[in-house]
Every structure is written in C-alpha cells, then in structure tokens.
Design a protein around this ligand. Structure first.
Ligand code: ADP
Ligand code: MG
Length: 286
C-alpha cells in the first residue's frame, strides 16, 4: 500500500488529539504473550513505546515471561504446573523465575528499547522496595505472591530522569523472600499506585472472547457488573482470570482506561493509544 505524503500528514494530524490528551500522562503497558516471543513483533512494540515517550507520554513497562521461564525449566528438567492461570512456585522454581524475569527477560527489553532509540532502566519489584508481597492462599501455591504495598518512588525517579522504567514482577516478602507475582496483577497495582491514566495489557488473543475457540466473538466492552456472570459461565478462565481481575482493580482504583489488546497485531499499542479504532476489550466501570 502506497501512502502519499499528504496522507501521511493527515495520519499524523489525526493523532494530535491523542498526543495532547496523554501528554505528560503515565501509561502502564503489560508486555507479554506473543508480542514478547516473536522477534519482529518485539521490535514493533519497542518502537511504539519509544514513540510514546518522545511525544511526551510516560510509558511504564511491566513484563511477564512465562514462555521463557518454561524453556529454562525444561532445560533444567524441572516440572511445573498451573492452577487458575497461576504457576505453582516451589523455592527451586522461584530461583529460576527470578533469574529469568529479573535478568534475561528484563535486560532484553531494556536493550530492545535502546535499540529503538529510547532510554530504559530495568528493575525488579525488589529495587527501591517497589513491590512488597506476601504468599497467596496461605502458601498453597508456594512462592506465588500478591502485592501488599507498592512504593512507587523509584518509578517516579526513573521517569523524572527521562528513562522508561521496565519492571520484572518479583515482590519482596516480609522475611526477605522473593515472590512470583502475576505480571497482570503487578501491572494493575503499579498503575493504581502511580495514578496512571491508562493500562494496556498485551496478550496473544484478540481480547476477551465469548467463546475462546472463536476469535470473532470478541467482547469489545466489558462492564464490571458483567464479570461475575462471565466467570460463572467459564468465559473468563485460565490466563484471562488474572487479566480481568487486574482490569477491575485498576478501574476501581481510578486508572482512566483499561484495555486488553492483541499483541500479535503489528503496532497494536499505537493503534490503541493514537487512533479511534477500538481494538481488543475495554474494561469500564458500570
Ligand atoms: P499472557 O502472557 O498474555 O498473560 P495468558 O496465557 O496468561 O497470556 O492469558 C491469555 C490466555 O487466556 C489465552 O491465550 C487463552 O488461552 C486464555 N483464555 C481463557 N479464556 C479466554 C477467553 N474467554 N478469551 C480469550 N482468551 C481466553
Ligand atoms: Mg498471564
């Protein structure tokens, strides 16, 4: 498709209201799913994030890394399983999770942002005591944690100095132990704590689907009042459970807009942030 110079100019001007609306505002991006494993998509996500920064927004990246953790566990012949979309985490698995998330994955994203022309600082939830955590379900899930407190000063320091914060969702427990926190839930707690104006969750499906087998069955707007019923019907299940829970928490916590979008789509963040096109599922109060 050839785009004329005039059309390019029009496209830029179309983005103006969105640039103006979000100028100086914080946007939390949960980075996960296919957008994280596919090389070409990865680069596009990095470009989108850097572009947001240079037009005056403050993107804050919170990342997952499930597939990378699985790969490393396989290499080490360690088995793991999931309950309700969360990984049961033994002490041994926790060590791997922390190494993979806080080390390999975190620094790859930082490096990708640098490659796209931006500046980033990678931290884990332990840095600056950002994420305080405790075990969920009385420790039944091992070192799977929930956020007890976010101390956002470190994020503000990083932003004030012109860097993009990249955060691995590792929490610190009351006895200095590390907790594996679902990245969606970490992202929403952070979004609320820093008073973000938008939370965007990138995943590997078009959004919340009425029928997970049918990609045409997208629920474009999800009201909080509908959530219980969808959970009972089993529509919201697996990895969608923490995602929807996280959107609920952030909407209730005052984050302006919350979206679950398809990270497999090229430049899906740009489409979401800079255009009128409703992509994915938007979660709203009501
Ligand atoms: P992420 O890395 O984005 O957190 P997850 O695997 O945790 O990925 O969550 C996304 C997954 O949730 C989808 O790949 C899909 O298998 C599952 N899922 C369960 N129910 C639904 C639904 N109703 N609509 C869409 N996806 C669903
Ligand atoms: Mg997930």
């Amino acid at each position: 498709m050839l785009v004329s110079a005039m059309e390019k100019a029009e496209i830029l001007v179309e983005a103006l209201p969105y640039i103006k609306e979000f100028y100086g505002k914080k946007v939390v991006i949960k980075y996960g799913g296919a957008a994280m494993t596919d090389c070409e998509l990865k680069q596009k996500v990095m470009q989108d994030i850097v572009l947001m920064k240079f037009v005056g927004m403050h993107p804050v990246v919170v990342h997952g890394g499930g597939p990378e953790i699985n790969q490393m566990l396989n290499r080490l012949n360690i088995e793991s399983h999931f309950v309700g979309g969360l990984r049961v985490t033994s002490r041994e698995i926790m060590e791997i999770v922390e190494m993979v998330l806080g080390g390999k994955v975190n620094k790859e994203i930082v490096s990708g942002i640098t490659g796209a022309g931006g500046r980033a600082v990678g931290i884990s939830g332990k840095d600056g005591n950002l994420i305080e955590a405790q075990a969920i379900n009385q420790g039944e899930m091992g070192f799977v944690g929930e956020v007890t407190c976010i101390n956002p000063q470190i994020i503000e320091t990083v932003i004030e100095n012109g860097y993009i914060p990249v955060i691995a969702p590792i929490g610190r427990g009351p006895n200095h132990e590390s907790y594996n926190i679902n990245a969606d839930l970490a992202a929403s707690a952070i979004a609320v704590a820093i008073k973000a104006d938008k939370l965007v969750l990138l995943t590997d499906v078009p959004g919340l689907l009425k029928d997970p087998e049918d990609s045409e069955s997208l629920i474009s707007v999800l009201r909080l009042s509908e959530v219980d019923e969808y959970v009972q019907q089993g529509v919201i299940a697996g990895g969608m459970l923490p995602k929807v829970q996280c959107c609920m928490e952030s909407v209730r916590g005052g984050v302006g807009r919350t979206h679950i979008i398809d990270g497999r789509l090229s430049h899906s963040i740009l489409l979401e942030v800079f255009t009128d096109q409703g992509i994915g599922t938007m979660v709203v109060n009501g």
